[in-house]
Every structure is written in structure tokens, then in C-alpha cells.
Design a protein around this ligand. Structure first.
Ligand code: XMP
Length: 514
């Protein structure tokens, strides 16, 4: 990655921190997030163009508060403190932070009180997202107030001569009007970053780094066909070609034609140069799942079997030097601040084996966000169908078939799901939704088709609006669309005589059925 124009984000544990880095990259400026414990020497060695101190849950005046070296403010590098970061800047530079008489949370009217490079081009009164119980009670020497709210006398402050800026509100969240512009003003105007960083630069530099790191070694990758592992494999393929061995375990629980699509892109005759090993293990998985109805048990069996198959294939390849993981930045955050990423067991089918013999893990996407990973994928020539794929759980259709999984039920749910997806795409509804799919209930009911009685399965359709997959709303799909999908599924999919729409949100439901 091009590091000559880097913005360093020091992480104090705030919940919006990943958004800050993302906003900086949206300004075409390279950015890295590091724990606040990163020492002064390392910071100096990185020579960032600017430093952003994030929000965080602590109070700066408490003994165990998270801090950064105060010398940081004297390096001549512009610093922007956000929320906790603003309070920390105040505290370390001789101002005063105390519990606020009135806490502010959520959308709050903010008034600019003095011209500031950060507010260049923004409205003088705007809505900003606040989330604080402490506030800046006294400015540090040399600072002036640049914005306030009714309850908070210092919503923004700065010491322009020292290039130190602080915002009590969160410019990184979408609720803050003009927030992205404020960050852009900081990064491009105050820090003077040129904004010449592109995803192509990421690809070029990462490929060069990977080549150097891997040398003539062998690299193993578990390819699921999901966005992250596909992009990781494509990057490695560009870097080291046939030194890469990608194992694609087709557990027979993929969506219709998905296995073939992955093989068409990564297999012989596809776009990439690598050793692509497809294991058609459907029968093996179905056999293990026979008679099993309990959801957790199904998940466990699928996860374990996946590992066994992967191990067997890895053994055939022999000793490998590196194992590729498609870990992306949100996974790093989920795995805990400052800790190295754990193998993302919850994202893959039950994690990766302990028994594969390798020296090191390679995680080329570790600093990127999902949409950035997609951008890299496009740059590398991965087709849109794969790049835009919705999240698909590791255990696949195994958890979209309620009750026992059989080959016959897999075919039913695959066919219903394919129709659903086709009609959603035709109606243009697919782009607006977080996730949608068909599931097969364990319910059979009586119907009538032609002149005959039927006793068949009910398919459940699910479509949710969500941004983070932690909470979700059931999507209000157009009735005509639901009718079309229902008609087609009942007419075209043998074994189904009823279609239901799931109106449950999350909570109380989950997105998947099991
Ligand atoms: P739930 O059902 O928990 O799903 O509301 C939230 C999101 O996670 C996905 N999901 C999984 N992804 N392995 C995965 O890789 C899994 O075992 C798994 N279970 C759920 C689900 O599709 C949704 O996007």
C-alpha cells in the first residue's frame, strides 16, 4: 500500500471507528487504524500526514483512561480529536474535561461560532451526531471555540497554529450533516494529502508485498465463493500464480449453479491463474446429515465435515508455507481491539483445521471494508455476480432447510431460491435489500392443483433490510412481486404447494431460520 500519504487513526475503542477510516479512504487517502497504545517511536516512523484520535467509552480524568503520548501533539503533524479524542486532546494539553451537566445523545443542533478550515463549505447551523456524558469545560491554552450546541459550549475547538482540531460530535456517521466534508477538509486541506490513493494502488502494492513475502513458497486458500475469499484468492493469484492452491469444498448446500459459477471463474479456463481444486463432497455431507434435525447439531456436523474434507485435500498438496484468510477489517474489530485477528470461525464453515501444516497466515484484506473489498474484486476482474454476492452462511442451505436435510429438499430450496432471486432482480428489488432468500419449512400441507389433492412443502421467503446484519427489518416487498414469485414457485418447483412470507424482524427473529 502506498504509505507516503497515510492518515493514522488511533483507536480508543469507540463504536464508529471503522467508519472514520472508511471516510478517509473515500477521500482517496490511504489510512490505517492502530490501537491507541501504538508508541511514539512507531508513530514517528510511520510519518503520517495526519492523525485522528477516535471516540471511546472512557473518561479522560479516570486513572485507567486510555491515552496516547502527549508528545504526539508537538510533532507538527495535524491532529483531529473526535469525541473522546477531543476530550483527550483537551486533557493532555492542559484544558479541563468534566462530567457534562447535560449529556447529549443523538441528533443535536450545532452552530458554528468561528471560521474554521474544517467547516469550509458546510452550513453554519447543522445537525450533528452527539454521544457524550463528559464535556470540555475549559479549553487548553492556545485553543479557540469554533462551534457550540445549546448544552455544550465546546462542540468544536482548534489551535490552528499548531494544526490541532477537535470535534465533540461524530463527523464520521451519516447523521452528521456535512460530516464527510469536515473529514475531507481535515485530510485534504489541513493535512495536505493529495488524494491520489486508488484501489489500483492497493492492488499493485499488495501484489508486490505478497510476492516478496511468499517468495517461492506454496500458499493454500480455502475458497468458498464468497466475496472475501474470492478476492483474497484473486489477489494471491495475481501475485504468485500457480504457487497458490485454492480448495473449493462443494458441500452440496450451495445455491443453484453456484459451484459451477465459482469453478467458471477460478477453474481451468477461468480468469485467474492458480491451482483450483474443486471437491464435490455433497454425498458425504448428506450422509452425515441424515436423520439430524437439531439446528446446532447440523451446523456442527457441516463445519466438522468441511474441515475433514479440507484437511484431506491439503494433505494431498503437501507442506504449504502460507494459509490465506479472507479476514476483512470488520472481522478484526469483532475479534477485539488490538488483538490479531482470530481465524474467523463464524464466517467460514466452522473455522479452519488445526492439522494443516503451514508456517504463516496471510490476510491481504485485513485493512479493508466490505465495499472496498468489492472494489478490489472489480479491479481484479472478478465478475459482478461474485463481487456483489449477498452474505451466504458457511453451513449454506443446511440452515435454510428446517429439519432434516436431504438431497431432494436441497433441490427444492435451490429451485425456489433461484426463481425468487430472478424475479427480485427483474423487479430491481435486489439492490435495495441487505439479504433475501428462500427457505424450506418442515411443514407439509394440503392443497389442490389441477383436479388433484396435493400434500406438499411450504417454502418461506425472507427479505430483510439491514445495514449491519445485527438488527433487521422484514422488507415490505410489493405484493405483485410476491404473487409472481409465489405463482412461479408453486407451478415450477415440484414438491411445493404453498409459499409464505416471513414478516419477522431481527430481533425477535434471526435472519437465517436455524
Ligand atoms: P442471523 O441468522 O444470525 O444472521 O441473523 C446474521 C448474518 O450472518 C449470516 N450467518 C452466517 N454466516 N456462517 C456464516 O458465514 C454462519 O454460520 C452464519 N450464520 C448466519 C447470515 O446469513 C446473516 O447475513
Amino acid at each position: 500500500m502506498s504509505q507516503n500519504e497515510m492518515i493514522l487513526v488511533l483507536d480508543f475503542g469507540g463504536q464508529y471507528n471503522q467508519l472514520i477510516a472508511r471516510r478517509v479512504r473515500e477521500c482517496q487517502v490511504y489510512c490505517e487504524v492502530h490501537p491507541h497504545t501504538l508508541g511514539l517511536e512507531k508513530i514517528k516512523a510511520m510519518a503520517p500526514k495526519g492523525i485522528i484520535l477516535t471516540g471511546g467509552p472512557n473518561s479522560v480524568y479516570k486513572e485507567d483512561a486510555a491515552v496516547c503520548p502527549s508528545e504526539l501533539f508537538a510533532l507538527g503533524i495535524p491532529v483531529l480529536g473526535i469525541c473522546y479524542g477531543a476530550q483527550l486532546m483537551t486533557h493532555l494539553l492542559g484544558g479541563k474535561v468534566t462530567p457534562a451537566p447535560v449529556s447529549e445523545y443523538g441528533n443535536t443542533k450545532i452552530s458554528v461560532t468561528a471560521a474554521s478550515p474544517l467547516f469550509e463549505g458546510t452550513a453554519s447551523d447543522f445537525v450533528g451526531w452527539m454521544s457524550h456524558t463528559d464535556y470540555i469545560a475549559e479549553l487548553p491554552p492556545g485553543f479557540k471555540v469554533t462551534a457550540k450546541t445549546q448544552a455544550c459550549p465546546v462542540a468544536a475547538m482548534e489551535n490552528a497554529a499548531q494544526k490541532l482540531y477537535a470535534l465533540q460530535f461524530h463527523p464520521e456517521v451519516a447523521h452528521t450533516e456535512g460530516g464527510a466534508l469536515m473529514l475531507k477538509n481535515f485530510v485534504r486541506q489541513v493535512c495536505g494529502a493529495a488524494g491520489d490513493w486508488r484501489m489500483d494502488s492497493f492492488v499493485e502494492t499488495t501484489v508486490a508485498e505478497l510476492r516478496e513475502r511468499v517468495g517461492s513458497g506454496k500458499v493454500l486458500c480455502a475458497l468458498s465463493g464468497g466475496v472475501d475469499s474470492s478476492v483474497a484468492a484473486a489477489l494471491l493469484s495475481k501475485a504468485i500464480g500457480r504457487q497458490l492452491y485454492s480448495v473449493f469444498v462443494d458441500h452440496g448446500l450451495l445455491r443453484q449453479d453456484e459451484g459451477d459459477q465459482v469453478a467458471a471463474v477460478f477453474g481451468d479456463g477461468g480468469v485467474f491463474d492458480l491451482n483450483f481444486i474443486r471437491v464435490n463432497a455433497a454425498e458425504r455431507f448428506y450422509a452425515k446429515l441424515q436423520g439430524i434435525t437439531e439446528p446446532e447439531k447440523k451446523r456442527k456436523i457441516i463445519g466438522e465435515e468441511f474441515i475433514r474434507v479440507f484437511e484431506e485435500e491439503a494433505k494431498k498438496i503437501g507442506r504449504v508455507d502460507f494459509l490465506v484468510q479472507g479476514t476483512i477489517y470488520p472481522d478484526v474489530i469483532e475479534s477485539g481491539l488490538g488483538k490479531s485477528a482470530v481465524i474467523k470461525s463464524h464466517h467460514n464453515v466452522g473455522g479452519l483445521p488445526d492439522h494443516v501444516d503451514f508456517k504463516e497466515i496471510v490476510e491481504p484484506l485485513r485493512l479493508l471494508f466490505k465495499d472496498e473489498v468489492r472494489q478490489v474484486g472489480r479491479t481484479l476482474g472478478i465478475p459482478e455476480t461474485l463481487v456483489n454476492r449477498q452474505p451466504f452462511p458457511g453451513p449454506g442451505l443446511g440452515i435454510r432447510i428446517i429439519g432434516e436435510v436431504t438431497a431432494e429438499k436441497v433441490k427444492i430450496v435451490q429451485a425456489a431460491d433461484a426463481i425468487y432471486r430472478e424475479e427480485m432482480a427483474k423487479a430491481g428489488a435486489d439492490k435495495k435489500l441487505g439479504q433475501y432468500f428462500a427457505a424450506l419449512t418442515n411443514m407439509r400441507s394440503v392443497g389442490v392443483m389441477g383436479d388433484g389433492r396435493t400434500y406438499d412443502y411450504a417454502v418461506a421467503l425472507r427479505a430483510v433490510e439491514t445495514s449491519d446484519f445485527m438488527t433487521a427489518e422484514s422488507a415490505p416487498l410489493p405484493w405483485e412481486l410476491l404473487q409472481t414469485v409465489t405463482r412461479r414457485i408453486v407451478n415450477e418447483v415440484k414438491g411445493v404447494n404453498r409459499v409464505l412470507y416471513d414478516c419477522t424482524g431481527k430481533p425477535p427473529g434471526t435472519i437465517e431460520f436455524e
